[in-house]
Design a protein around this ligand. Structure first.
Ligand code: SDX
Length: 379
C-alpha cells in the first residue's frame, strides 16, 4: 500500500530536506549557522570565516582561515572570456538578469564544470563565491561605460567588491559594513532559492546549473528581490510625513508591504534586529537619516496593524537602507544578496549530494479524464 499523500500548498508544512548548515526557530526569532547564533557571527566573524563555517561545519583555526582566505581570494579573477561576453550585454539589462547569465557562463570556462566529485565541487564552490562579486562589479562598470576593474586576490571579498565597483578603495568602515551584510545573508535553511538549487543538483546536474537556478529564484520580489522593493517603496513615499497614509492604503488594498512578513519567522527576523541598529548608524554616518526615519515609521505602523498576525520586518527591510547608505545602486541590492548566499547555496548542494535522492514531489491532477482525441479537421 503506497504511503498516503497530502497536498501542502507552498510546502509550508513540509520538511523536504535535512541540513546542518543553519537552524531557524521562527517562533523565537532565532537563526544559527552550525549552532552559532547570527548575532555573534555578525559581531565577530567575517564573510570568509562564515563561508568556511558553513562548508566545514566548524570555525577554522587561525592558520586554516589564512589558508582558506588565500585559496578563495586567488580564485577571484574572472576568466577573460566571461568579461568579453559581458561586454556584449545591453547596458540596460537588469543586473540580476546579467548575473543569472554570467553565473551560468562561468561554467563554460570551468574545465571541471561537469566533474561530479566532491573535490571538484568544493573547488567550484570556491570559484563561484570568489567570482560572483567580480561578475556584479564588472557588469555595473560595463553598463556605466567605465573600465572594468579586475579583482585583487590579496584582499577581502567585501573590500574588493567595493573597490571593483567604485574604482577606488572603500573606507574600512564601508568594507566592514558590507562584510557584516554578507555574513547576515549567507544562509537561511531551505528558502526558495536554496530549495531550487537542491532540486537541480539532486538530478546530478552540475553546480553551475544549480547556481543559475538559485539566482533566478532569488530574483523574485517575494524572496531576494524584496530589498529592491523596499527601496522603491521608500522612494515612492518620499518623506516621513507620508508614511502613515501610504502604509494604511497598502494594507487596506491587501497589498504586501515589501520587507515584512516571512514564511518561517512569526517573530522579529534576528537579521533585521541587527540590520536595524546597523542601518541607523550607517545612515547617520552617510547623511541618509531620512531613509532610516521613514523605515522606523513604517515599522511602527506595521507593528500596530499586523504584528498580531506575526508579520514583522525581515532581513530585506533594513538592508535596503544599509545598501543605499553604502552608495549602492538600488538595482544591485538583490545581487548583493546573491553574492552572499552563494556560500549557502553551494554548501547546500554539496550537502544534498551526500546521501542524495532525486527531489520529485507529486502534483494533484485537477484536469479531466477520458477525453476523446478530435481530429483537427473536425474541430
Ligand atoms: C526572504 O524563506 C526564507 O528564508 C527567505 C529569506 C532568506 O534569507 O532566504 O528570509 C529572504 O525572502 C525574506 C522575505 C522577503 N519578501 C518580502 O519581504 C515580500 C513581502 N512578504 C510577503 O510577500 C510574505 O510575507 C512572504 C512571501 C515572505 C511569506 O508569505 P506566506 O508565508 O506565503 O504568507 P501569506 O502570503 O500567505 O500571508 C499570510 C497573511 C496574509 O493575510 P491574510 O490573507 O491571512 O489576511 O499575512 C499577510 C497576508 O496578506 N501578509 C502581509 C505581508 N506578508 C504577509 N501583509 C502585508 N504585507 C506583507 N509583507
Amino acid at each position: 500500500m503506497p504511503p498516503a499523500l497530502h497536498f501542502d500548498k507552498g510546502l509550508a508544512n513540509t520538511i523536504a530536506a535535512e541540513t546542518s548548515l543553519s537552524f531557524i526557530d521562527g517562533e523565537k526569532g532565532v537563526l544559527e549557522y552550525v549552532g552559532i547564533d547570527i548575532d555573534s557571527l555578525a559581531r565577530h566573524s567575517t564573510f570568509e570565516e562564515t563561508t568556511f563555517l558553513l562548508w566545514h561545519r566548524r570555525l577554522p583555526t587561525s592558520q586554516e582561515l589564512g589558508e582558506f582566505e588565500r585559496e578563495l581570494h586567488a580564485c577571484a579573477p574572472l576568466p577573460p572570456g566571461v568579461i568579453d561576453l559581458l561586454r556584449g550585454f545591453p547596458r540596460s539589462a537588469p543586473p540580476m538578469h546579467a548575473l543569472r547569465t554570467l553565473v551560468s557562463a562561468l561554467g563554460l570556462y570551468d574545465p571541471e564544470s561537469d566533474d561530479p566529485s566532491a573535490e571538484a565541487n568544493a573547488r567550484k564552490a570556491m570559484r563561484l563565491v570568489a567570482r560572483t562579486p567580480g561578475l556584479i562589479a564588472a557588469f555595473d562598470r560595463h553598463r556605466k561605460g567605465k573600465p572594468i576593474v579586475q579583482a585583487d586576490p590579496t584582499t577581502s571579498i567585501a573590500r574588493d567588491f567595493l573597490r571593483m565597483l567604485n574604482g577606488v578603495d572603500p573606507t574600512p568602515a564601508m568594507a566592514h559594513a558590507l562584510d557584516i551584510c554578507l555574513v547576515l545573508h549567507a544562509d537561511h535553511g531551505l528558502n526558495a532559492s536554496t530549495f531550487g538549487a537542491r532540486v537541480t543538483i539532486a538530478t546530478l546536474s552540475d553546480m553551475y546549473s544549480a547556481m543559475a537556478t538559485a539566482v533566478g529564484t532569488l530574483k523574485g520580489p517575494l524572496h531576494g528581490g524584496a530589498n529592491e522593493g523596499v527601496m522603491h517603496m521608500l522612494a515612492e513615499i518620499g518623506s516621513v510625513e507620508r508614511v502613515d497614509a501610504y502604509v494604511q492604503d497598502k494594507l487596506a488594498r491587501k497589498d504586501k508591504v515589501m520587507g515584512f512578513g516571512h514564511r518561517v519567522y512569526k517573530a522579529y527576523d534576528p537579521r533585521a534586529t541587527y540590520l536595524k541598529t546597523f542601518a541607523e548608524k550607517i545612515a547617520a554616518d552617510t547623511g541618509n537619516e531620512k531613509l532610516y526615519e521613514m523605515s522606523k515609521r513604517i515599522e511602527a505602523i506595521m507593528h500596530d496593524a499586523v504584528a498580531a498576525k506575526g508579520i514583522y520586518p525581515n532581513v530585506d527591510f533594513y538592508s535596503a537602507t544599509t545598501y543605499a547608505s553604502l552608495g549602492l545602486d538600488l538595482d544591485l541590492f538583490t545581487c548583493l544578496f546573491a553574492m552572499s548566499r552563494m556560500a549557502g547555496w553551494t554548501g547546500h548542494c554539496i550537502e544534498q549530494l551526500d546521501g542524495n535522492r532525486l527531489i520529485r514531489p507529486h502534483a494533484e491532477y485537477t484536469g479531466p479524464h477520458g477525453v476523446p482525441y478530435v481530429p483537427v479537421s473536425d474541430r
